[in-house]
Design a protein around this ligand. Sequence first.
Ligand code: ADP
Ligand code: MG
Length: 301
Amino acid sequence: ATPTAVMVSTGVGASQGVLIKGGHALETTHKVNCIVFDKTGTLTIGRPVVVTTKLLKDNMSHQEFTSLVAAAEVNSEHPLGKAVVEYAKKCMENDDEAGPTWPEARDFESITGHGVKAVIRNREVLVGNKSLMLDHNVVIRTCAEEIMTEIEGLAQTGILVSIDREIYGILGVSDPLKPGAREAVSILRSMKIKCIIVTGDNKGTAKAIAKEVGIDSFVAEAKPEHKAQKVKELQANGNIVAMVGDGINDSPALVAADIGVAIGAGTDIAIEAADIVLMKSNLEDVITAIDLSRKTFFRIR
Ligand code: ADP
Ligand code: MG
């Protein structure tokens, strides 16, 4: 393709909200035969809602529990953290005219791909997945395991809450698929492009979402470096790999991939790490980018 053809195509892309960062990215895109998708915020809307709460201790009210969890999550940038705070706000709405207030959190720490940690009223509160708990030597008893399995089977993400290293409760968060996600995957598959999910989320939820969206291969409980590792593994097997993601946790994989595709509504770090940015956050635009690349590089020699 001539430099002019490349310029015209990137211009066409941009006018449709598909930002392709340069000729090399445009040229590589049509060679992609394998796409790795992040789950949360990429295949799903990324605006999760708390739909289940289970308290495991009877010495704490639901009210006190939700306010502690909200206090721990209030500084979190993660969609799950935001969902928890929204939920707590709803629970307290009628309580106080000044609006809900949480106890103060000290030593807030966000542990990427695992959850959050904070000290509230001199008690250590952990909110996150199983590995967060295990890394802090919190014992997950059978009854907690059972609730987690039940929640995950419903395609919800189970969030464990521990206080002073003891599990106090579990939240179930639901994050529906983006409209058009299933259709986009089905078109990609008809184009003979392999689709894979990598997610930091647990196996049960990953499996349920994979089934809903029509992808049969997934990697769950993947930390940012595991996502990148999966991309490299696919490349080592001779694939040209695109990674589609929205979060900080996806940026190593976006960089490792032959083509990193960031969802426009995602974090700045992901957008910076990517070769292509989908401004409308639509998965169909992955196909738009591939089509544009094919047209540019097959039309003119
Ligand atoms: P994904 O790959 O699906 O975008 P992440 O890697 O961001 O997910 O997070 C992985 C998992 O870590 C989440 O599914 C959740 O269980 C846990 N987690 C991460 N951040 C938080 C948070 N702020 N609050 C609760 N749990 C969290
Ligand atoms: Mg994500």
